[in-house]
Design a protein around this ligand. Structure first.
Ligand code: SF4
Ligand code: SF4
Length: 176
């Protein structure tokens, strides 16, 4: 959950995709973020291309809410997904946004199920990490495993397109 406001609270509680490793693998820390404090709060930091990032799924995302809301990183403060922006701008209703979230949750559930079928049961890892592991050789050459990977590849592609269409933002408030 990234925002205050009644609609945002309800939408983010029903969603969580920008905190739970579905949409993002990591987020870059900003100059105003205190790496040591965030680590003490339980976030997992990693240095990448000489910049610090914190990894997802975010350990502070518990019971569909941010447990470190007042101290959350800057990227979390400024981020609003496409659905949240549209509701806050009065362009769509909250019910319409919840329908988009439901649609995304169904696609997420399908991907989770296929990860399990493909042998990856690591619910504490981001989808990007799990996808990389499943498709990195050596691959199980059996027809069953090959068919499952095919279904997973398709489900991941469909989820990615859905997220790009309905949730991701390209502007300065993007999380990366
Ligand atoms: S993707 Fe949007 S609706 Fe979902 S948790 Fe993030 S800000 Fe809230
Ligand atoms: S710090 Fe809070 S808002 Fe930011 S990713 Fe973690 S749970 Fe979500």
């Amino acid at each position: 959950m990234t925002k205050t406001g009644a609609s945002a609270t309800r939408l983010c509680a029903a969603c969580g995709m920008c905190c739970n490793g579905v949409m993002f693998y990591s987020m870059r820390l900003q100059p105003s973020d205190q790496a040591r404090s965030l680590t003490a709060l339980g976030l997992k930091l990693k240095r990448k291309n000489r910049e610090w990032h914190f990894l997802q799924p975010c350990p502070a995302h518990q019971d569909s809410r941010c447990t470190i809301y007042a101290q959350r990183p800057e990227r979390c403060r400024v981020f609003s997904c496409r659905q949240l922006q549209a509701v806050e701008a009065g362009q769509i209703s909250e019910a319409a946004a919840l329908e988009k979230i439901d649609e995304a949750q169904r696609a997420v559930a399908r991907v989770r199920e296929l990860f399990h079928q493909a042998g990856d049961t690591r619910e504490t890892k981001a989808f990007a990490t799990r996808g990389e592991a499943v498709f990195t050789p050596p691959l199980d050459p059996s027809p069953e495993a090959t068919a499952t990977r095919g279904k997973l590849a398709l489900a991941l592609r469909e989820l990615d397109e859905l997220l790009t269409r309905n949730f991701r933002v390209e502007t300065e408030n993007a999380r990366h």
